[in-house]
Design a protein around this ligand. Sequence first.
Ligand SMILES: C[S@@+](CC[C@H](N)C(=O)[O-])C[C@H]1O[C@@H](n2cnc3c(N)ncnc32)[C@H](O)[C@@H]1O
Length: 238
Amino acid sequence: MSNQIPERVLLEGFHAVKHALRFAPELVHDILAANDDWRELAEHLAPDVLPELERRVRPVASAEVLKWSRAVHPTGLLGLAKRPEYAIDPVRHAGRTSPLVLLDDPRRPGNVGAVIRVVAAAGGGGVLATGSLDVWHAAVVRAAAGLHFALPVVGRMEADDVPGPLIGFEADGRDIREVNVPSGAILVFGTEREGLSPAIRQRCDAVASLPMRPGVSSLNLATSVAAALYYLRLSGRF
Ligand SMILES: C[S@@+](CC[C@H](N)C(=O)[O-])C[C@H]1O[C@@H](n2cnc3c(N)ncnc32)[C@H](O)[C@@H]1O
């Protein structure tokens, strides 16, 4: 994709390194360790990646880690990886049946990371975003526990480049149980403060809501993605 420029990705901490190694080991080109904690973590939490870590970890002084990262992660581990280039454009992939999630101008790295993590877990087709936030920034990768490497993640999209069907999500939409969500739809979620922009809301084929108790204004962005996706998944829609 034209906006997918290969760049270095920082994997801060054990979980980010673990998921990158598990899903795309060929993209991980260096793993630095400022202490030995990774071995015990891998033995207990991820024995599948232990041999790869043993082969690749390079023990270094903290100062070496600090050349790349603002702080040494408590687990002491820092990975350097290459950003993937997708062989198939996830947006236009004709055979896709699982939904894509489009974040309309998200602002908080922690929210975007949590979205990537839950979309990966629920088996969604990928995460797209409009706006200026770098969805591959180290803070987003950290919040996603490195699950960027498990599915397509594309930022800085133009909303006009995203074809339908688009299903918007907003607290004032129609109850999700009454909305037809077509196979392979793109589920659109608004920015944290203002919600869906009028331009993208106008393009949505339907706007769905997750019912809430009276008096509650809205759900957090990542929470609403999680609830919507798992509702669709567990009700057999993908
Ligand atoms: C924190 S909310 C934005 C709230 C914004 N102040 C408003 O009132 O529109 C961020 C996004 O989460 C999603 N969201 C939050 N609560 C929702 C609900 N009950 N149903 C569907 N989507 C919801 C929407 O996509 C919304 O744009």
